[in-house]
Design a binder for this molecule. Structure first.
Ligand code: UDP
Ligand code: MG
Length: 322
């Protein structure tokens, strides 16, 4: 179908994580293709199949069979969106890499605008959602609270409402590839590596078909990853609480002694004691839990397992290509 066979390094890599997107994947390909052909420079589309079970991988294979610019990366199981994006970056070869959702919530047509900013010298161009269709009030409220917290307690400044839809210069991709942590939050990681960054506004569409693979539980996980990955603040909370309760005790002791000796008031009550014990017990257990979160992460990093396992090695991916 394609006349010009391009196996040279493309200018643009489009990286799409795919998990059970049979209904939209072909449309996604068509729109990416139209958008990239409008730009008119060599491009490739790295589709990372994150262990789909609904026939998505067959579509990816078909697309790759018909179009050499489609490069499939197939996972052995579901490793999660963040890891799929990471694999996409690992296998991309372009001078600029665009990360985009494959459910058509991110319009491929915007890539040309991202590319323009890249041409103007920016190394990270992220798309900022001005409007979100089809997302609940609850999701928006928790998202905005999350960004406020993370920007306050971590050293990285994550622009609110910037999703994962973004363009990264090769330099940034290479920097990200050196960061092999297991619990990842790519948005914070790209903020952390620095470089010249800029946002451009866009309207995020509602999901075309299928449903979100980000239930509340996964969002919470992601938020914890972001916080623990970039901040010690939760660990320090125990110290703050310790100082606070010690200060309380230091103030309270002389007061109690005075009241007792002067006979002004007889302090009694098991209830007060019980409440104090329960409160401190609670604080201690929570602190232990926080400690556990960090230790668990340390353990995961210490095991040093690969971030993902491929179902099959992409044959055409010679080592020097990477
Ligand atoms: N995705 C993935 N692995 C997962 C979950 C999602 O690769 O375990 C992909 C999915 O196919 C989509 C993108 O990541 O292209 C974003 O997922 P989703 O649309 O479910 O998230 P939302 O847009 O609701 O935040
Ligand atoms: Mg989506």
């Amino acid at each position: 179908m394609e006349t010009k066979v391009t196996n040279e390094k493309p200018t643009f890599s489009v990286v799409g994580p795919v998990y059970d997107e049979v209904e939209t994947l072909r449309d996604f390909y068509d729109r990416v293709r139209a958008a990239m052909e409008a730009i008119g420079e060599p491009w490739e589309l790295v589709l990372v199949d994150d262990g789909s079970t609904d026939g998505t991988s067959e579509i990816i294979r078909d697309l790759a069979f018909d179009d050499i610019r489609v490069r499939p990366v197939l996972f052995s199981r579901n490793f999660g969106h963040q890891i799929a994006v990471t694999a996409g970056l690992d296998f991309s070869r372009g001078q600029a890499v665009v990360i985009i959702d494959t459910d058509l919530q991110d319009p491929p047509e915007l890539i040309s605008e991202l590319a323009e900013k890249w041409r103007a010298g920016y190394e990270v161009v992220y798309a900022v959602r001005t409007e979100r269709e089809g997302e609940s009030w609850f999701k928006r409220a928790t998202a905005s609270a999350f960004y406020r917290v993370i920007n306050r307690i971590t050293e990285v400044e994550i622009p609110p409402d910037a999703g994962d839809f973004r363009l990264l210069d090769r330099k940034v991709v290479n920097a990200l590839k050196t960061m092999r942590e297991h619990h990842r939050f790519p948005r914070a990681m790209t903020a952390w590596v620095g470089f010249r960054q800029i946002g451009i506004p866009y309207k995020r569409a509602a999901r075309r078909a299928g449903e979100t693979k980000y239930p509340f539980r996964k969002m919470v996980r992601l938020a914890i990853n972001a916080i623990t990955g970039f901040s010690y603040f939760p660990l320090q909370l125990a110290t703050y609480f310790g100082f606070l309760s010690a200060a309380l005790a230091i103030v309270a002791i002389p007061i109690v002694v005075y009241l007792r000796l002067s006979g002004k008031a007889e302090l009694s009550g098991q209830a007060t004691t019980l409440i104090a014990v329960l409160f401190l017990g609670g604080v201690q257990l929570i602190s232990l839990g926080i400690l556990g979160e960090y230790i668990g992460r340390l353990y995961d990093e210490a095991k040093n397992r690969p971030l993902y396992i491929l179902r099959e090695e992409p044959a055409e991916l010679a080592e020097e290509d990477r």
